[in-house]
Design a protein around this ligand. Structure first.
Ligand SMILES: C[S@@+](CC[C@H](N)C(=O)[O-])C[C@H]1O[C@@H](n2cnc3c(N)ncnc32)[C@H](O)[C@@H]1O
Length: 368
């Protein structure tokens, strides 16, 4: 009788410390639903080489992990990690990769050479880009994300309707206007300095994960850094596998993710397609007695507040409008899904107003 090789369980919701090509080789094939990769940029910056006009050093990406001897070395590395990811992707899985002009074209051609099928490229237009300190070229105000399926085979996940619903019923476009990761979201060390030079904003990860995966899916990030992918995946009810070769980053990621509360199942319900779910206006929540006029709504992090008015609009200072319009206004965004953005306090906990809408919908179901 031949020996049976035991199948190792997937290291779900773990941060694996080490080189991603090696770690990926130890994972079972066809096991992940989505990959998000933020690989080294190969910026070719020497330590302290970027200065402001006052000669102070810019906190740029001059770390050892971003150094490659040549384009050939970078290309070989790119092909190796892409191939390793492709092996662990399920046949209908897709992959996001983000980069700048320094690397994204090289990554794009490697993707095509290896059999991936490019579905979209997304321009992440930065609301607050770093200025061009040397003043000799255009300011780099965007990064590019490539979204690719494992092969030309169809059957990948894409939540077209949900994205459209969150975008005021307009098709979600391939240019995303989002700020850099700053403020409370940015991890800082005891010395007040950034823990990582290229921590990505959670909003960016949320769009990539929401658009191309389902609750319960496994999201893999081979260049985990501070674990933005894991934090967002956990919040959105997905499982994650992170790989990071620097122990300090891996540790910061674990602590960050441990503090994340997953959203409620109701908030994560597959977003309603227009035809599938009955429309419930916000006013219905007032009429059903689930929210009283005069209640204060707040976002998940309690950064913004809005007052519920008796006609089902909400107000912030002199501005008033729908939950979506005011949600977008306070964030400075073109659109917002007010149902998931706004929360109410119930027994000391914040509950998304979408949970209250789900109760009305459940009542509609039982009445039908
Ligand atoms: C661009 S950063 C990713 C930042 C991350 N998206 C975040 O939001 O914090 C790339 C990360 O990949 C790690 N890295 C570079 N080469 C690696 C390798 N061969 N295996 C695993 N991790 C690697 C670096 O240490 C760095 O933290």
């Amino acid at each position: 009788m031949g020996l049976v090789t035991p199948v190792k369980p997937l290291p779900l919701d773990e941060v694996l410390l080490g080189d991603c090509i090696e770690a990926l080789g130890a994972l079972p094939p066809s096991s992940v639903d989505l990959v998000f990769a933020d690989p080294p940029y190969n910026l070719q910056l020497g330590a302290g080489s970027l200065l402001r006009p006052d000669q102070s050093a810019v906190d740029a990406v001059d770390d050892e992990w971003d150094q490659f001897a040549s384009f050939e070395a970078y290309d070989a590395f790119t092909r190796a990690w892409l191939q390793a990811c492709r092996r662990v992707m399920k046949p209908n899985a897709t992959l996001w990769v983000i980069g700048s002009y320094h690397n994204i074209f090289r990554v794009g051609s490697a993707l095509q050479d290896l059999g991936f099928w490019i579905l979209n490229d997304i321009v992440w237009r930065k609301a607050n880009p770093m200025p061009n300190f040397r003043g000799k070229r255009f300011t780099n105000a965007h990064e590019t994300l490539i979204w690719a399926s494992r092969s030309a085979q169809k059957g990948y996940t894409f939540h077209y309707e949900a994205l459209k619903g969150g975008n005021d019923d307009l098709q979600m476009r391939s240019d995303w206007f989002l700020p850099l990761c700053t403020g409370e979201e940015r991890l800082k060390g005891a010395d007040g300095r950034k823990v990582h030079p290229t921590q990505k904003p959670e909003a960016l990860l949320a769009r990539t994960i929401l658009s191309a995966s389902n609750p319960g899916d496994v999201v893999l990030d081979p260049f985990f850094g501070t674990g933005t992918t894991g934090a967002v995946a956990k919040r959105l009810g997905r499982r994650f596998i992170g790989i990071e070769r620097e122990a300090a980053y891996a540790e910061a990621a674990r602590a960050r993710i441990a503090a994340v509360e997953p959203l409620s199942t109701a908030a994560l319900l597959a977003a309603p397609t227009k035809r599938a779910e009955p429309r419930v206006p916000f006013l219905s929540l007032l009429e059903a007695g689930l929210i009283a006029a005069g209640t204060t709504l707040t976002d998940e992090r309690r950064r913004h507040k809005a007052l519920v008015r008796p006609d089902g609009t909400v107000g912030v200072g002199p501005a008033c409008g729908s939950i979506h319009k005011i949600g977008a206004l306070v964030q400075g965004l073109p659109a917002c899904n007010g149902w998931t953005f706004w929360h109410v306090e119930r027994a000391g906990r914040l509950v998304p107003i979408d949970d209250l809408r789900a109760r009305i919908r459940a009542g509609m179901g039982s009445a039908a």
